[in-house]
Design a protein around this ligand. Structure first.
Ligand code: ZN
Length: 119
């Protein structure tokens, strides 16, 4: 059942190592926008000394989750178009949805402020 390529415990050098698939949550983002991301990763535990650790596979799994998150969230930001938002607001006003129109106008105002501040 065991092979010579088995993991060895970094703490006690035992080869009684178990691999467990765990779901973990970690925080990602900038200080003003932190999101919890969930990752499924392989964690090794030593049956002899109870040491637990993860290897490159854990890091790779986290990298993949972060990449997926960034892909999903950078797109809408790139495509914020103030004029388009104002057009939408106008359409909402015509439909009598004044509250929604106001919200869209505020979003447009915000995005035009952040867009002018490019360095
Ligand atoms: Zn150990």
């Amino acid at each position: 059942m065991s092979s010579d390529l088995e993991n060895k415990c970094p703490n006690c050098n035992s080869s009684a190592v178990n691999e467990t698939v765990l779901t973990d949550t970690f925080l990602y983002g900038s200080p003003d926008c932190v999101v919890p991301l969930t990752v499924t990763e392989i964690v090794m535990t030593c049956a002899d000394c109870k040491e637990a650790w993860s290897d490159w596979r854990g890091e790779e799994a986290r990298d993949e989750v972060v990449k997926r998150y960034r892909k999903a969230f950078t797109k809408p930001l790139i495509y914020i178009d103030t004029q388009k938002l104002l057009d939408i607001a106008e359409g909402l006003e015509e439909l009598g949805k004044l509250d929604s129109a106001q919200t869209v106008r505020e979003t447009a105002a915000d995005s035009s402020v952040t867009q002018t501040d490019g360095d």
